[in-house]
Ligand binder design. Structure first.
Ligand code: NAD
Ligand code: UFG
Length: 337
C-alpha cells in the first residue's frame, strides 16, 4: 500500500515508517517539523535502504494535504502528528485544540475528498484519566483530566462519528501506554526539545551527565514503593502494532480500538533500577513532590490487541533501557550530534 505517515519525522512515527517499509509498504512522510528535525530523514533512508518522499506541510493546510494524498496515490493514513506535552497543553489549550483537533478534521476532510478510506490514529492512555482500575480494558470509562487528553478524547469521538456516517471508511484507534526505547541500531530515537518532560529521556540525560540528577515526582502514591506506576512498552513493539492494525483494517474491513501496552506496571524506582542494571550505570536521584496532573497508575489490559491483531510486546524493561541508552550515548545532542 501507499501510506501517508503524518508526524513521520517524530519519535514514534519514525520507528513506524521503518516497520511499514519492512512489510513492503511505500511510505510518504508528512511533517511540519514543529517538534522534530528533518535530519531524521537521511538516517531513515539509510536504515530502510530506500528513498522516502517527504512533504513539509502543516495538517491544517487541507488543500496541500489533499494534493499530497492525490499525487502520491495514498491508500491509507497513519496519523501521529500532534502536540503532546501535558503541561504545555494546560498553558496553551487553544493551540492544542487547534493543532490536534482542527488538524485532524482538516486531514479527515482531505481524505474524504481524495477517497482515502483507511486510517490509523495515535490515541493515548490519557483518555482513561485518573482511574482506580488496576488494568484498563478498552471499555473502561473515559475521562481526560487535561487539555491534551481531551484533544485525544474528542478526536476519538470525531473518528467514531465519521465511521458511523461512512461505512466504507475504516479506522483503527490505538491507545498507547508509555513508549520508550529506540531502534536497536542507535541511529534513531527520541529527541526532545529543551528539558525532557518524560521519564526515560530525562533518565538518559542524567546518565550522560547532561543533567545532574533525576527528580522523582512523589513517593506518597498508594503503590508498593510510593512512586507512580506506568506500563512502559518498547517503541519497536509499538511501531509493529501499526503495521498489524493496517493489516487488520484491510483483511477484516472493520473498525478497531485497542490498548497497546505490556500489561505490567513499573514504578519510577523500578525504571531507575532497570536502567542501572541494563547499562551498568548509577543514576543520581532525589524524591521531590508530586507533579501536578499525574495519576497513580496506568496499566493496560492488552488482551484485545492479542486477540484481534495477534500483537504482543516482545521486549522487556532491560531491553527498553539498553536501547534508549544506546541512542542517547551515540547521539548526545540528538539529531544535531
Ligand atoms: P513527536 O512530537 O515526536 O511526533 C509528532 C510529530 O508530529 C512531530 O514530528 C511534529 O513535528 C509533527 N506535527 C505536530 N503537529 C503537526 C502539524 N500540525 N502538521 C504536521 N506535523 C505536525 O511525538 P511522538 O511521541 O512521536 O507521538 C506521536 C503521537 O503519539 C502523538 O499523536 C502523541 O499524542 C501520541 N502519543 C504519544 C505518547 C508518548 O509518550 N510519546 C503516548 C501516547 C500517545
Ligand atoms: N516522572 C518522574 N520524574 C521525571 C519524569 C517523570 O518521576 O522527571 C514520573 C512521573 O511522575 C510518572 C512516570 O515518571 O509517574 C512517567 O511519567 P512520564 O512523563 O514519562 O509519562 P506520563 O505517564 O506522565 O505520560 C506519558 C506521555 C503522554 C501519554 C502517556 C500515556 O507524556 O503523552 O504517557 O500513558 F499520553
Amino acid at each position: 500500500m501507499n501510506i501517508l505517515v503524518t508526524g513521520g519525522a517524530g519519535y514514534i512515527g519514525s520507528h513506524t515508517v521503518l516497520a511499514l517499509m519492512e512489510r513492503g509498504h511505500h511510505v510518504v512522510v508528512l511533517d511540519n517539523f514543529s517538534n522534530s528535525s528533518p535530519k531524521v530523514m537521511p538516517r531513515l533512508e539509510a536504515l530502510a535502504g530506500n528513498p522516502i518522499p517527504l512533504c513539509q506541510v502543516d495538517l491544517r493546510d487541507g488543500d496541500t494535504v489533499f494534493d499530497v494524498l492525490v499525487s502520491h496515490k495514498i491508500d491509507a493514513v497513519i496519523h501521529f502528528a500532534a502536540l503532546k506535552a501535558v503541561g504545555e497543553s494546560c498553558e496553551q489549550p487553544l493551540q492544542y485544540f487547534d493543532n490536534n483537533v482542527s488538524g485532524t478534521i482538516s486531514l479527515l476532510l482531505a481524505m474524504q475528498k481524495a477517497n482515502v478510506l483507511r486510517f490509523v490514529f495515535s490515541s493515548s492512555a490519557m483518555v482513561y484519566g485518573d482511574t482506580e482500575h488496576e488494568t484498563l480494558s478498552e471499555n473502561t470509562p473515559r475521562s481526560a483530566n487535561n487539555p491534551y487528553g481531551r484533544t485525544k478524547l474528542m478526536i476519538e469521538e470525531i473518528i467514531q462519528d465519521h465511521c458511523a456516517a461512512d461505512t466504507n471508511f475504516k479506522a483503527a484507534i490505538l491507545r498507547y501506554f508509555n513508549p520508550v526505547g529506540a531502534h536497536p541500531s542507535g541511529m534513531i530515537g527520541e529527541d526532545p526539545r529543551g528539558t525532557p518532560n518524560n521519564l526515560m529521556p530525562y533518565l538518559c540525560q542524567v546518565a550522560s551527565g547532561k543533567r545532574e540528577k533525576l527528580s522523582v515526582f512523589g513517593n506518597d502514591y498508594p503503590t508498593p514503593d510510593g512512586t507512580g506506576l506506568r506500563d512502559y512498552l518498547h517503541v519497536m513493539d509499538l511501531a509493529r502494532a501499526h503495521a498489524d492494525a493496517l493489516d487488520y483494517l484491510q483483511s477484516q474491513s472493520k473498525n478497531l480500538t485497542v490498548n497497546l501496552g505490556t500489561g505490567s506496571a513499573s514504578s519510577v524506582l523500578d525504571m531507575i533500577h532497570a536502567f542501572e542494571q541494563a547499562n551498568k550505570l548509577k543514576i543520581p536521584h532525589e524524591i521531590i513532590g508530586r507533579r501536578p496532573g499525574d495519576v497513580t497508575r496506568l496499566c493496560a489490559d492488552p488482551g484485545l490487541a492479542k486477540e484481534l491483531l495477534s500483537w504482543e510486546s516482545r521486549h522487556d524493561l532491560l531491553q527498553m533501557c539498553a536501547d534508549a541508552w544506546r541512542w542517547q550515548s551515540k547521539n548526545p545532542e540528538g539529531y544535531n550530534s
